[in-house]
Design a protein around this ligand. Structure first.
Ligand SMILES: [Zn+2]
Length: 343
C-alpha cells in the first residue's frame, strides 16, 4: 500500500515519514524544501492528514487513508486546525507581525482534532526579526502543535531554526515519470502530446522534474515566452555555425525582448544550451538540461570547438552582469554579438 499517495516520486521520504507517523517519532517541526511546483504544499497537507488520520495504525490502508472524516476535512482544506500562514499580499517578506499573531494563536487548544498544524508558506522569506520571533515559539511549543515550514531553499533560515526542524527535501521526478503523471492528471496534456508532441517534450524539459511547473506550462500564455526563448537560443547558436551575415545577425538581436529581466532569462537559455553542447562533447550520454534530443545536441556540438563554447558562456556572463547593472540594453546585445563573432 503506497503511503502518501498524492506525492509523486520521493519514495525514501514517503517511507521515512510514514514510519515516523506510525511510530509516533515525528519531530514537532519540519522544513519542507523544494523548488516551485515540487509538491511542498501537497506533502504538508498529506502530513497533516497523516497525523490526524483515524486509521493511521491500520497498515492495510495507505497513510493518510483519505477516507476518514479527519483526513477528508484536511484534504478539502476545511479543518480549522490546519492553519496556513502566508505573506501579506504584495510583500516580499514574511514579516514579524504575522509571526507574533501566530505565537498568540499557537497557545489556543485545537478545535476538533488532537493536533494543530501550522503551514508556513515561503518560510525562506521570513526576515531576521520574524525568524527570531518564530524561534521563541519553536523552542517551547505546546505538545499539540506541528510546524511545517515550506521553503524553496532552507539556506536563508537561521541555524537555530534548522537545528530544531529537520529538512525534508522534495526531489525532482525523472522525465518519464513526470510525463506519465502529467498525462494522467490533465487532459490538456494528452491533447498537446497528440497535436504538438515537440512542445509536450519541451514542457517536460522546462519543468525540470517538478509537476507543478509542468502543469503551469500547459497554459499556452505561460508556455509561449519560455518556448520562444528556447527557439531564440537555438537560433543564436546555429547562426554562429554559419557564414557571418550582418543582416541576419541584426535580425536575431531584434528577436530579443525589450525588457532587461526578460533578456537575462533569454540569455540564460543560450547559456544552458551552450552548456549542453560542452557536456555532450566531453561525455556522451550525460544528462542534458536544454536539449530534448541528444542527437540534435550532438549534431550542433560537432560544429563547435569546446573553446568557442566556453567563449560564448563567458560572453553571456559578461552581458548578464552588464544588464544587471545599468547598461544600455541594445548596446549590450550588440557587444555580445561581436564577442560571439556574429558581427
Ligand atoms: Zn484518515
Amino acid at each position: 500500500m503506497k503511503d502518501f499517495p498524492n506525492i509523486l516520486g520521493n519514495e525514501e521520504l514517503r517511507e521515512r515519514l510514514a514510519a515516523d507517523v506510525r511510530e509516533g517519532t515525528l519531530s514537532h517541526a519540519y522544513i519542507i524544501e523544494g523548488a516551485r511546483g515540487s509538491g511542498k504544499h501537497t506533502l504538508a497537507r498529506e502530513l497533516a492528514a497523516a497525523l490526524a488520520c483515524e486509521h493511521s495504525k491500520d497498515t492495510s490502508l495507505p497513510l493518510p487513508c483519505s477516507l476518514c472524516p479527519s483526513c477528508r476535512k484536511i484534504m478539502e482544506n476545511k479543518s480549522p486546525d490546519v492553519i496556513t500562514i502566508s505573506r501579506e499580499e504584495g510583500k516580499a517578506q514574511l514579516g514579524v507581525d504575522i509571526i507574533r499573531r501566530l505565537r498568540d494563536d499557537v497557545r489556543l487548544l485545537p478545535n476538533d482534532l488532537d493536533i494543530k498544524v501550522y503551514i508556513l508558506e515561503d518560510a525562506h522569506t521570513m526576515n531576521i526579526q520574524a525568524q527570531n520571533a518564530f524561534l521563541l515559539t519553536l523552542e517551547e511549543p505546546p505538545k499539540f502543535v506541528v510546524f511545517l515550514l515550506l521553503a524553496e531553499s532552507a539556506s536563508p533560515l537561521l541555524e537555530t531554526i534548522k537545528s530544531r526542524a529537520p529538512i525534508l527535501r522534495m526531489r525532482p521526478l525523472p522525465r518519464d515519470i513526470l510525463g506519465a503523471n502529467l498525462l494522467r492528471m490533465n487532459s490538456d496534456a494528452a491533447a498537446l502530446k497528440r497535436d504538438k508532441p515537440e512542445e509536450f517534450e519541451e514542457i517536460i524539459k522546462l519543468a525540470s522534474g517538478y509537476i507543478g511547473q509542468a502543469l503551469e506550462l500547459l497554459d499556452e500564455k505561460k508556455r509561449r515566452p519560455r518556448l520562444d526563448a528556447r527557439h531564440l537560443a537555438k537560433n543564436f547558436l546555429e547562426e554562429m555555425t554559419t557564414r557571418r551575415n550582418g543582416k541576419r545577425s541584426i535580425d536575431l538581436i531584434g528577436m530579443f525582448s525589450q525588457k532587461r529581466d526578460e533578456i537575462i532569462k533569454q540569455l540564460s537559455e543560450i547559456e544552458n544550451a551552450a552548456r549542453d553542447l560542452i557536456v555532450i562533447k566531453k561525455c556522451e550520454g550525460a544528462p542534458l538540461c536544454f536539449f530534448t534530443s541528444e542527437e540534435e545536441a550532438a549534431e550542433l556540438s560537432f560544429k563547435f570547438k569546446a573553446s568557442a563554447l566556453l567563449g560564448i558562456m563567458n560572453a553571456i556572463g559578461k552581458a548578464k552582469t552588464r544588464l544587471a547593472g545599468n547598461s544600455n540594453v541594445r548596446l549590450t546585445l550588440y557587444a555580445l554579438a561581436i564577442d560571439c563573432g556574429l558581427l
